[in-house]
Each structure stands twice: as C-alpha cells, then as structure tokens.
Write a protein that binds this ligand. Sequence first.
Ligand code: R5P
Length: 262
Amino acid sequence: MSGELSPIDKAKFVAAKRAAAFVEDGMRVGLGTGSTAAWLVRCLGEMVRDDGLRIRGVPTSTRTAVLAREVGIEVISLDEARWLDITIDGADEFDGDLNLIKGGGGAHLQEKIVATASDQMIVITDASKEVETLGAFPLPIEVIPFGWQTTRALVEETLVSMDVLGRDISLRMNGDAPFITDEGNHILDLNLKRIGNPRQLAMVINQMPGVVENGLFIDICDTVVIGHGDGKVEVRDINTGTVEHDRLDFVESDNLFKDLAD
Ligand SMILES: O=C[C@H](O)[C@H](O)[C@H](O)COP(=O)(O)O
C-alpha cells in the first residue's frame, strides 16, 4: 500500500483498532471478512506479535484465513472452537436496532454461523453505512447452483405476494462467470430499496428450497464501533444502551498504520 489512506480507510482502521481492544488474552475470536475486517485482523496480528496476546481465530472466509495466518494469528475451525467469546466483522448496512445487511463480499453464510456461535458480535464500520431503514444496499442471498433460475423465480414470486417494493434480482457475476462462494454456491442480489420488515423477510426467504442463507442479521449484533476519518470513534451497545466516544491518534502513534501507508 502506498501514499495516504482515504478518509474511509482511516475510518475503517480506527473502528477496527478500537474494536480490537475488546479482545482479551485466551479468547476464541470470530474473524470477519471484507476490507474493514481485514484491518481488524492486522491489528490483532500486531497485538499477537508485539504484546504477546494469545488468541485463537475462526475465520469466516478463505481470504480471512490466509490473512490471519500471514499476520501470525493461530487459526482454528469453528468445529474445533465450538463456541466463541467474540466475533468482530464489518457490515454493508446497519440500522438503529443494529440489524444488518451483510454479504457484499459473498461471505455472509459463514459469517452468520460464526456470529451466531459467539457470546458477543461487534460490527466495525464507517458512518456511511448507517441507515434508517435497511435495503438501499442490495440484499445478498446465497443459493445452490442447481436450479438457481427456478429459485430466483420463486424468490421473485414471493416478493410480489408480500408486496415488497423494488423486485430487481440479479445473479452476482465474477467477470463473465457467476460468482462462486466459499461453499460453492451462487449469490442473488435483491435490490429492494427499502426493507419494511427485515425479520419477516429473512424468515420467508430462508424457507425457500434452494436458498442457503440471506444476508440479514437480525438480533445478532450487540455492539457497533463507528470510525471517522479524523480518528473519532463511537461505540454503541444495544444491550446496555450506552454510547461512548473516543479518539485514536493513529497517524502519529500507530506503527501498523505507518507500515501500511509507506
Ligand atoms: O461478505 C462480506 C461481508 O459481509 C463484509 O463484512 C461486508 O460486505 C462489509 O465489507 P467491507 O468492510 O469491505 O465494506
């Protein structure tokens, strides 16, 4: 990486750095996927190397597993861990109840399994991802490749019957070929614009044959850490109703940030 980081990258970095402080020695940690979660993995790697932090990480994608090993985090499978103390991950959108849309990187299936198996889930994000109502970000649905067009038609029919607005459904592509998830599946992106009842929608979608998992995370996230490009961080906890404000002087003091920016 060279040159100055963009304000969005700085925001993601400080959110990740602040959230890393929730991780304690001996914890089993779910490691999210995406550009924000990658900062978290790098921050934890630094804590392992420099501070002697001992953790075992359960990655939520192949990409994250590769990065975690690279930075020196001991990687174990979810089956080895069974239960996690904490999961820290990014999100594509979050609302005031800390319900989320995830899966912009196609990893929401493993992410949801890992987050659900954790005592606490913390989302790290920049402020642009906060919305009043979920749905501006297309909702990812992981479907098995067999009969995916039939599954898409069924999803569309169901949305019509539920009177959900904006029934624009596309197969996610990777160049000329369909995107393939870590589990060998496809992704349908639902451009709904507005999701009035995310809980109901999540349940209805997951009942359809061919659907593996949708990207709505309802009542899973406990805490959101929102970073800003100037180093300010806000930590909101849905269980206690508390909001904390903090500021990280990352430019001057953070070796990891300096190494990456050089
Ligand atoms: O599938 C990907 C994940 O759900 C990501 O956590 C989400 O898309 C946010 O990614 P980023 O931090 O890159 O915006």
